[in-house]
Design a protein around this ligand. Structure first.
Ligand code: RB5
Length: 151
């Protein structure tokens, strides 16, 4: 599995901390920034960078962190083919994979601590989409995109 990571200034520190989990899980990843620590940046820029790489199929999944996880989720979900789930607990993270086939995980560094973030990420990378009735529902999400003309 190949993952693309991104964060704004608020998420920078947590982005650095969760890399350890990806290394432990043996997952290949790249970091599209921010690479400038806590210097202020705009979260949609990093959300779009991650989302485009996931949508292009160059990467299987993406992880994006901002202060709340909300702004980056909203932005990433504007890119066709992206299903970003903002999770603050491992159960939601697991279901976001199993039922929603979420291909982007977002988290909020001002909402959760690093240990729970690592648990969430572990649960998310280990869980698989269940397909079946869930595939029909996820297809309906794609149909909404088609009707809305998002790209
Ligand atoms: C940045 O201050 C903050 O607004 C951003 O990280 C994020 O929480 C937005 O949703």
């Amino acid at each position: 599995m190949k993952i693309v990571l991104g964060a704004d200034h608020a998420g920078y520190g947590l982005k650095e901390e969760i890399k350890l989990v990806l290394q432990q899980e043996g997952i290949e990843f790249i970091d599209v920034g921010t690479l400038n620590g806590e210097e202020s940046v705009d979260y949609p820029d990093y959300a779009e960078a991650v989302a485009r790489k996931v949508a292009s199929s160059d990467f299987d999944r993406g992880v994006i962190i901002c202060g709340t996880g909300i702004g980056v989720a909203i932005a990433a979900n504007k890119v066709k083919g992206v299903r970003a789930a903002n999770c603050d607990n491992p159960v939601s993270a697991k279901f976001s994979r199993e039922h929603n086939d979420a291909n982007v995980l977002t988290m909020g560094s001002r909402i959760i601590g690093p240990e729970i973030a690592k648990e969430i990420l572990r649960a998310w990378v280990r869980a698989q989409f269940e397909g079946g009735r869930h595939a029909r529902r996820v297809n309906k999400i794609s149909e909404i995109e088609e009707r809305s003309g998002v790209s």
